[in-house]
Ligand binder design. Structure first.
Ligand SMILES: Cc1cc2nc3c(=O)[nH]c(=O)nc-3n(C[C@H](O)[C@H](O)[C@H](O)COP(=O)(O)OP(=O)(O)OC[C@H]3O[C@@H](n4cnc5c(N)ncnc54)[C@H](O)[C@@H]3O)c2cc1C
Length: 494
């Protein structure tokens, strides 16, 4: 079956209504480039469906016309999966509407399918302990709904006011509470999604236990928009602790057997994190920052310098929560940890937010320096310090004058490596850092996913048999290859 692209666009305009099919460049631009400023390309148009049946009709139409579809939620993803392909941010509109294509030919500009109108929170109650919402609801809105009935979602990240629940399932997002509650995959009990042929699959029965065969959540969590468009999400609530304490702790790497301050401080941090988890109940977060990023945040955000700014090799942002005050246990545990220099502690929410700012504002502070190569890796805990020790020098050796700023979720072995200096389209710096992670027994993606940024290295990170399985699942669910072409799954040539 063939239909013209412009005929398909007319059908989509009828499906969503004229005001929700955006094709003027002035309004599509923000959908065409990603948060990093590094990835993007031209789209055919942006469709903003209002409900699941509109999503289904759009996908059926795109499949008939062979139009690629890029699902997009909050567009806070950091690996280029939420925007059309093609480097460079000046959209090339040469392959425009009017072109006749056959189903399966997805080479032209894709349609961006924005889920932001699917943002209704349809259920949030303390009896079922469930929150149900459209995939376009932001994490922040879902957190506020849970908070209003005295609960939490058990997942949090700095992009909370833009990142959507659907995008977070699609990337299997992690964030700051993974050590306590796990990543998005473990928080979700039900999903609704639309397959590439327009059929709707829905498992939103509210059952916490339902072992009838394969799990839809397990299949779609981390699928990055390549298998289906998620339209609704059901999440487990967790009780809200009555006490919560945040500490910003200055660390020294002195005495650790590493050549750089960063490596030595990371070794101290790993030891402190392990000690805390064994001695304090309710540790929710242990985050690491280093002098380059922490002083940058202080300067850009106008914050006072953190404790021991002149001598600390790193800082930990630690959070513990429970039904009794964890502060005395935390203070006691920290007092007995070698390498702890000083700490600022807060229990009220305003002051706690101020302490968190040193960690949470890293991404935006780094963005003020230019387009960063953002590499999100995880390492076995016993090799994290070794990796942190050498990653800066490896980058510097190949790109003299470049800057490497690291921070991350240290208790789960996850470092975010930001390289500034190499041109945005130079992939060699990315390759060097990711290969270094692999050489240290780590992963090329801890929580941001693969997108287009890391697809070339999937073959180094997964066996031929595993990639073969990924391709078979993709071919079964999306035989025409319309869903997020170029993302996650390596092309046969690689
Ligand atoms: C300041 C900042 C801090 C961050 N901190 C963290 C962090 O701590 N932990 C973490 O894991 N990530 C973090 N991120 C990355 C990002 O927020 C997450 O990847 C988030 O899950 C993306 O959600 P989104 O709605 O913005 O998705 P988008 O960016 O819109 O899309 C991401 C991917 O999911 C697909 N997708 C989106 N919606 C759907 C849908 N409904 N159905 C199918 N596929 C879909 C897209 O095609 C794309 O491949 C951070 C980003 C920023 C900017």
């Amino acid at each position: 079956v063939t239909i013209a692209v412009d005929g398909a666009l007319e059908q989509i305009r009828t499906i969503v209504g004229p005001s929700h099919l955006l094709s003027e460049q002035a309004v599509t631009t923000s959908y065409e480039s990603d948060w990093t400023g590094r990835f993007g390309g031209p789209c055919l148009a942006v469709a903003r469906p209002a409900d699941t049946s509109q999503v289904a009709e759009i996908l059926a139409c795109c499949r008939r016309a062979g139009i690629g579809v890029v699902p997009q939620g909050g567009n806070t993803g950091l690996v280029g999966g939420s925007v059309p392909r093609g480097r460079g941010l000046a959209p090339d509109r040469t392959a425009a509407p009017g072109q006749q294509v056959t189903a399966g030919q997805t080479g032209g500009p894709p349609l961006v399918l924005s889920t932001r109108r699917l943002n209704e929170i349809t259920r949030c109650d303390a009896t079922s302990l469930l929150l149900e919402a459209g995939a376009g609801a932001t994490l922040g809105d879902a957190q506020r709904a849970a908070g209003a009935i005295g609960y939490e979602l058990g997942i949090d990240l700095a992009a909370r006011d833009s990142a959507t629940l659907g995008g977070m399932v699609a990337t299997n997002a992690g964030g700051i509470h993974v050590i306590r509650h796990g990543p998005m995959r473990t928080r979700v009990v039900g999903l609704e999604a639309v397959l590439a042929d327009g059929s709707v699959i829905r498992r939103m029965n509210g059952l916490w236990k339902d072992n009838v065969g394969w799990s839809l959540v397990a299949l779609l969590a981390g699928s990055e928009g390549t298998l289906a468009v998620i339209t609704a999400v059901s999440m487990r609530l967790v009780s809200r602790p009555t006490h919560r304490v945040t500490a910003l702790v200055a660390l020294s790497g002195e005495g650790q057997p590493f050549s750089s301050r960063q490596g030595a401080a990371t070794a101290t941090a790993v030891a402190v994190a392990a000690g805390l988890q064994s001695r304090v109940d309710g540790i929710e977060a242990v985050e690491i920052t280093y002098p380059a990023g922490t002083t940058l945040v202080a300067e850009k955000a106008g914050l006072p310098y953190p404790p021991r700014a002149d001598s600390a090799d790193a800082w930990l942002t630690i959070e513990a929560a429970g039904s009794s005050d964890p502060a005395p246990y935390l203070a006691d545990a920290l007092a007995n940890q070698p390498g702890v220099l000083d700490a600022a502690v807060a229990t009220d929410s305003t002051r706690r937010r101020q302490l968190w700012a040193y960690r949470e504002r890293h991404t935006e502070a780094i963005a003020t320096l230019g387009v960063a190569h953002k590499l999100d890796v995880s390492l076995p805990l016993d090799r994290l310090a070794q990796f942190a020790d050498v990653v800066g020098p490896v980058v510097e050796e190949n790109w003299p004058g470049s800057t490497t700023i690291c921070f991350g979720h240290v208790a789960d072995g996850n470092l975010h490596v930001n390289v500034l200096g190499p041109p945005a389209d130079d992939e060699a710096a990315d390759d060097a850092v990711l290969r270094l992670a692999l050489d240290h027994g780590g992963s090329i993606s801890a929580e941001h996913g693969i997108g287009v940024a890391k697809v070339k290295l999937v073959a180094q990170a997964r066996s031929g048999a595993e990639i073969g399985l990924m391709r078979s699942v993709k071919a079964t669910l999306d035989p025409a290859g319309i869903l997020n072409p170029g993302v996650l799954i390596p092309p046969p040539s690689s």
